[in-house]
Design a protein around this ligand. Sequence first.
Ligand code: SF4
Ligand code: SF4
Length: 164
Amino acid sequence: MLSPEEVRVAAKRKEKENLRFRTFLKNRVNPDDLDRKFHALHKELFADYDCCQCGNCCRAYSTILEHDEIKMIATHMNMSEESFADAYLTDCAEGLELKAPCAFLGDDGKCAIQECKPEECRGFPYTDRPDRWSSLYSILEFAEHCPVVYEMLERLKDIYRFRR
Ligand code: SF4
Ligand code: SF4
């Protein structure tokens, strides 16, 4: 597995190859079979990986919050929703999102609001969700930040005997 510091450069180097691999998956692979393989790799690779040594997703992406999440986190921090929003949130097309890099990522790599961590953060990189076949562009983009997703793509290339 690549280190969190190495993954961006490595993924950039593989950009063209990964786009070819996406086309290969789109044209040659059964979507249900692809989901089964993604889900198995997600389970295997995250079981052995401590995300606290990485945190790249918390630095790279803004997290959209539902209203009940804003309420819950503000309460957890003993803040009014308004002052919480002023301090930590920014407007986006879908509503309000945490600014990136996330202020709740600690130096130890832990999330300071673990008890009420937003759903979007819990689910990242979503490789155990259905219909990954329709989300391959996102997955290629995640591979620029997430060492586990990068590794998943490399393993899938071997599994499907993709010619690099
Ligand atoms: S809320 Fe926690 S898990 Fe979500 S981006 Fe911030 S530090 Fe990461
Ligand atoms: S989900 Fe991926 S990018 Fe996020 S902390 Fe874990 S390994 Fe890093």
